[in-house]
Design a protein around this ligand. Structure first.
Ligand SMILES: *[C@@H]1O[C@H](CO)[C@@H](O)[C@H](O)[C@H]1NC(C)=O
Ligand SMILES: *[C@@H]1O[C@H](CO)[C@@H](O)[C@H](O)[C@H]1NC(C)=O
Ligand SMILES: *[C@@H]1O[C@H](CO)[C@@H](O)[C@H](O)[C@H]1NC(C)=O
Ligand SMILES: *[C@@H]1O[C@H](CO)[C@@H](O)[C@H](O)[C@H]1NC(C)=O
Length: 742
């Protein structure tokens, strides 16, 4: 404005210089008639003259009130500056210029107004859907307010319009406002609230005659206060130390509420934790228990929801291995281990239930402790207790050590050899077993259970014992090849656990004692000396019996000869005669068969002698004697040869005694030795020399003799009997004679 003034002022000077000489004295004002001056501005009124070299200017108001402005005159121009414009400047200002005697005067009307700021829109509250709200449009420091028109629009729709046509009692700046009430809807979002203020100043000759207008736009933001705040907890509100939990919060509202997670402190205050809908708490401690608050917050409000999280102390756990019970074999070693989880540095202690010495080596490191029992014995049969202390809490776990002994497979024993038809007792012994109150022994023959026993006696003293089961049965040959099974089951440890099992087997072999032994003699049991004989023995039994050929001695003893089936005697002699015994022998027994072998020998080595000589004198005694060799069953017949025939002489033991020999006794004597095998003859000639004596003639009878040297000499009466019998028949069977003797 001052620049513009200066330019106007400059142009007047130029005009004045060009036309001064020629023009009449005139004045002009700027502005010409009227001006609108805003209160507080700086406004200048200019009065310039033409046609006068050095005019004088004066300013006054029409009602002669003070100017309230500064006058500055220079050359052909004078200005009145109101700085700042105030109500006292609302006047008609008169500029008077005097040039010599000439006087010129002009009037400028100054209208003041005030309309310095855009209207202000005020909302009584945040716009919430459905909640009535007051909108106020304030137009500050207005003058003259009777010219003010204010309207409120929502987008293009006028909500309210007002002209402030009130009386103005005094000049002052006033703030005018327009208020309207409305209930926002969600659709209002984004619409514009407009407050338009118009100051109607009808300054017709001014270029600024159109109403002064100011407006303010406010975009509508409609809110929905947070509601339906909800919390979801994963995994649970009840937790254990060390757990993690995720709590998620949601809240509805417009704009979408901001989520705030806080924890309620003991004093009720909230401690902000997170501005995230999802809050994850990791490795929680007991102190983390409490009320967690979620707030959905937006400019329209807040809505909260609470959740109670409970963190419980995590119980540490103790595991004992190898289980709550362990069955250990006597002499073995066992390791009992106590393992802790959920405790950083536990302390361990071990004891037995009977409070006996631990008798084991304890080794502990960090979360694990173990007791090693080496070479377990009965004293170790106890409950072992592991006590773990952690954070003033104690947990005790027990493990029961039970013992068993079952070191060997059962032993099968038979009371005797298995012989068909002979009862046998089988014993199945389970040695060094413990505990025998849980022992079961079963005996099977093949698939068949023959016998079983469950030992359920009470154990009074702890010791290893041998337990056995006996069974008697009578084997048959069909049992051979079957398997005898002795199975022992020891139920140790837990009831439902599999029993320990051991078994032994024995394949049955049933023996059959030798029987039906027979001997086949080829060619015959009666033989001639020098011939050969084969005696073949057969027998039956299981296992196949072995054969033993023996000869029976006179005292009844047996002299073993051969183990071959066939006993061959080549070129037999008389001494080979006798009883031969074949024995079939196996483990199950002996079966024998006897055979008598008779070797027949032809007579030989007969001697016929005369005693004292073959030449004697009449009246002498002569003994003629016939002796046979060592051949049994031989007849001896002593004869005298005469012209009439042979005379058999009565001899005793093959000796014929002539007590007084006669001349007639001289002659040829013959001895015949005879048996089945043959005969032999001997003869001698007796010479008798004469002597005058009476002769005593002995007429010999039939006489038969056994050969004395070999056989028992029977009674004379018997001999006579046989002799007669022989005489009658003319022959004699030795074999028959023998038979009849027996
Ligand atoms: C909220 O948490 C999610 C995942 O946990 C993450 O991606 C996001 O940046 C977090 N926001 C804030 C504001 O922390
Ligand atoms: C048990 O049998 C074994 C042999 O198997 C023997 O050494 C031990 O002496 C026996 N014990 C008893 C108590 O009979
Ligand atoms: C006895 O047996 C053998 C062999 O088999 C045979 O050579 C011999 O002739 C037999 N002897 C008799 C007397 O049968
Ligand atoms: C048994 O027989 C074998 C051959 O068959 C023979 O060599 C052996 O001498 C015989 N033994 C006897 C004692 O006869």
């Amino acid at each position: 404005m001052p620049g513009k003034m200066a330019m106007i002022f400059g142009a007047s000077q130029i005009l004045w210089a060009v036309f001064a000489a020629s023009q009449a004295f005139k004045i002009e004002t700027s502005p010409e008639y009227k001006t609108l001056a805003q209160i507080g501005d700086s406004v200048s009124l200019t009065c310039s003259s033409t046609g006068c070299e050095s005019p004088s200017f004066s300013w006054r108001t029409q009602i002669d009130s003070p100017l309230n402005a500064k006058v500055r005159s220079e050359g052909t121009q004078s200005s009145l500056t109101m700085d700042p414009v105030g109500f006292e400047n609302e006047h008609s200002y008169l500029c008077t210029a005097t040039c010599g005697s000439e006087k010129q005067e002009r009037e400028i009307q100054v209208h003041v107004y005030s309309f310095p700021k855009d209207p202000e829109i005020h909302l009584s509250a945040l716009l919430e859907v459905g909640k009535p709200v007051k909108v106020k449009c304030i137009v500050p420091d207005v003058y003259p307010f009777d010219r003010l028109e204010v309207e409120l629009l929502k987008d293009d729709t006028v909500m309210k319009n007002q002209e402030f046509l009130e009386d103005m009692e005094r000049k002052s700046l006033e703030t005018k406002s327009l208020e309207v009430s409305f209930t926002p809807t969600i659709e209002d979002t984004g619409k514009s609230l407009v407050c338009r203020a118009k100051l109607h100043m009808d300054v017709s000759d001014s270029e600024e005659s159109s109403p002064k207008e100011r407006k303010t736009n406010k975009e509508l933001q409609v809110y929905i206060s947070p509601k339906n705040t909800a919390i979801s907890v994963h995994p649970a509100t009840s937790l254990q130390e060390g757990d993690s939990v995720t709590v998620t919060c949601s809240s509805e509202g417009l704009p979408a509420p901001e989520i705030l997670w806080s924890k309620k402190l003991d004093n009720g205050n909230l401690q902000l934790l997170s501005g995230n809908a999802t809050l994850t708490l990791i490795a929680m401690k007991m102190e983390d228990s409490g009320t967690y608050v979620c707030e959905g917050v937006n400019p329209a409000g807040r809505n909260r929801k609470e959740v109670e999280l409970i963190v419980q102390e995590k119980p540490f756990t103790v595991d004992i291995s190898p289980g709550h019970q362990v069955a250990t074999q006597v002499g073995d070693s066992v390791v009992l281990t106590c393992r802790v989880t959920g405790c950083e540095s536990p302390s361990f202690s071990w004891r037995t239930q009977r409070d006996s010495p631990l008798s084991g080596m304890v080794r502990s490191e960090r979360t694990e402790s173990s007791v090693t029992l080496s070479s377990v014995s009965f004293e170790n049969e106890d409950h072992y207790l592991c006590t773990v202390t952690c954070r003033h809490r104690k947990v005790e776990k027990a493990i029961q050590v039970t013992l068993y002994s079952f070191p060997q497979d059962p032993e099968i024993e038979m009371s005797s050899l298995l012989v068909s038809g002979e009862p046998v007792t089988v014993s199945c012994k389970v040695p060094l077993v413990y505990p025998f109150d849980h022992l079961e022994i079963e005996i099977y023959k093949g698939e068949t259970l023959m016998m079983s026993k469950y030992f359920s006696e009470e154990i009074n003293i702890k010791s290893l014992e041998n337990k056995s089961l006996e069974m008697t049965f009578t084997p048959t040959p069909e049992d051979t090849g079957k398997v005898l099974v002795c199975q022992a089951k020891l139920h140790v440890g837990e009831v439902e656990s599999e029993p320990k099992q051991r078994q032994s087997t024995q394949t049955l072999y049933v023996n059959v004692a030798p029987t039906g032994t027979t001997v086949l003699v080829n060619p015959s049991s009666i033989l001639e000396e020098g011939s050969s004989v084969n005696m073949t023995c057969t027998t039956h039994g299981l296992p196949a019996p072995k054969i033993l050929w023996s000869r029976q001695l006179s005292n009844g003893d047996l002299q073993p000869l051969s183990e071959n089936t066939t006993l061959t005697l080549i070129s037999t002699k008389m001494e080979d005669s006798g009883i031969y015994v074949c024995e079939g022998i196996n483990q199950a027994g002996v079966n024998r068969k006897e055979v008598e072998l008779i070797i027949q020998v032809a007579p030989k080595d007969i001697q016929l002698t005369a005693f004292p000589s073959e030449s004697v004198k009449e009246g002498d005694m002569v003994i003629i004697s016939c002796t046979c060799g060592n051949v049994p069953e031989t007849w001896i017949i002593l004869k005298k040869k005469t012209e009439a025939g042979d005379t058999v002489l009565k001899s005793i033991d093959g000796a014929y005694t002539i007590h007084k020999v006669q001349l007639e006794d001289a002659g040829v004597y013959e001895c015949e030795s005879k048996n089945k095998a043959g005969s032999e003859l001997r003869s001698l000639t007796l010479d008798v020399k004469g002597r005058e004596n009476n002769k005593d003639y002995f007429s010999p009878e039939l006489l038969v003799l056994y050969c004395t040297s070999f056989l028992i000499i029977p009674a004379i009466g018997m001999i006579i009997y046989f002799a007669r019998k022989a005489n009658m028949k003319g022959s004699y069977s030795l074999v028959e004679a023998q038979k009849s003797k027996v």
